[in-house]
Design a protein around this ligand. Structure first.
Ligand SMILES: [Cu+2]
Length: 273
């Protein structure tokens, strides 16, 4: 009898210890990074991207071709890329105040060279971000500021949203988190309803091979977060993703989803405590 009591007590003690320190998730994090190291999957430091616009005077609202060359630190072309979410490169363009967002897909020309033709809608500074997975080197992003000619209008302040419900293209989209903390893997869920009828939207179509695509940037556009869907095959009303915010601060999140053949983009600004 006494033995049983002791073992119950011990179990309780162990459970309490795990719960209290949150050491469970820390251990898990360590395991992940260890695994990544062992797989040699993060070689971002050894890879560079050269962004070459077709002109050094980029004008707003005019077709501009940008060549993106992916190479090693010593200038050797890197020429093999994994296809991730149906593409070998995802290319994100944002204005400095993050009010303008564009997500496009450059064509791979071989020999580490991609090209894309786009238009910048205004003057000012834009950040371009290439999201790639060179084969065997892991997922990474490379970015550069690009200047568009003309006098830019004053940047808008980036303020955290008071409410995480937005209406876009007649869809009411609510963003929620299981817990909102820096430096901890977390789940973010977009819940999508018809804005008029309030009925759950259940006929989302796959977009880039998943229920949706999410981009997250720090307020200064310097940090591009890795986000992945946790249930790729979902069709709504919930679209779930996983990410880790590297530090506290203000982040902008764009969720992109497809219904009836049309992609809609929902932006949110959040404060991570
Ligand atoms: Cu993409």
């Amino acid at each position: 009898m006494q033995k049983i009591v002791i073992s119950i007590l011990l179990t309780a003690l162990i459970l309490t210890a795990c719960g209290k320190s949150g050491s469970g998730s820390k251990v898990e994090e360590m395991d992940h990074s260890k695994m990544a190291q062992e797989a040699g999957s993060n070689q971002a430091e050894n890879v560079q991207a050269v962004f070459k616009p077709s002109t050094d005077k980029i004008m707003p609202n005019q077709d501009t071709t940008i060549m993106i060359k992916i190479q090693s630190k010593d200038g050797k072309a890197i020429d093999k890329f994994d296809t991730v979410h149906e593409k070998q490169m995802h290319f994100i363009i944002v204005s400095k105040d993050l009010s303008i967002f564009n997500h496009i897909h450059p064509d791979y020309k071989g020999n580490g060279e991609f090209t894309v033709t786009t238009q910048f809608p205004t003057s000012g500074e834009f950040k371009v971000i290439a999201d790639i997975t060179p084969t065997g080197m892991g997922a990474m992003s490379k970015s550069q500021w690009i200047s568009v000619q003309g006098s830019a209008s004053a940047p808008k302040a980036i303020e955290p949203d008071a409410t995480l419900t937005k209406v876009v293209d007649n869809k009411e989209v609510t963003l929620s988190f299981d817990h909102l903390m820096a430096n901890m893997e977390l789940n973010l869920t977009f819940t999508i309803k018809d804005a008029q009828t309030k009925q759950p939207v259940t006929d989302l179509q796959p977009y880039l091979g998943a229920v949706g695509h999410v981009v997250i940037l720090t307020q200064d556009a310097e940090n591009y977060l890795h986000v992945h869907p946790t249930d790729e095959k979902a069709s709504g009303p919930d679209a779930k993703f996983m990410t880790t915010f590297p530090h506290s601060g203000v982040y902008k999140i764009w969720g992109q989803f497809q219904q009836n053949g049309k992609v809609f983009t929902v932006p949110f600004v959040i404060q991570v405590p």
